[in-house]
Design a protein around this ligand. Structure first.
Ligand SMILES: [Ca+2]
Ligand SMILES: [Ca+2]
Length: 88
């Protein structure tokens, strides 16, 4: 139920990312701002965790934003970094 809503959100964000990516270029991707709202917060950490569960639905620009530590993989370490950022 919640999962379905989150998946729909994820797909919507992925489409938005593709559109904005085409308009502004890949450099517009802000590290950690996975949902593209201009802020790095808990919502982005949650998206990273969803992306870990459903890697097939992730667009390249989202993956780039979600790979906060830049090791090429979106995993729990990136989510942890985002959760820490939210606290600071
Ligand atoms: Ca965000
Ligand atoms: Ca990473």
């Amino acid at each position: 139920m919640e999962e379905a809503i989150l998946m729909r959100t994820l797909i919507g964000v992925a489409v938005l990312s593709l559109v904005s990516g085409a308009a502004f270029g890949v450099s517009a991707v802000k590290k950690g701002d996975v949902n593209g709202d201009g802020r790095v917060d808990k919502a982005d950490a949650q998206l990273v965790m969803r992306m870990m569960l459903h890697p097939g639905s992730v667009s390249p620009s989202m993956k780039s934003a979600a790979d906060v530590n830049g090791d090429g993989v979106v995993d729990i370490r990136d989510a942890r970094i985002l959760l820490k950022k939210k606290a600071s």
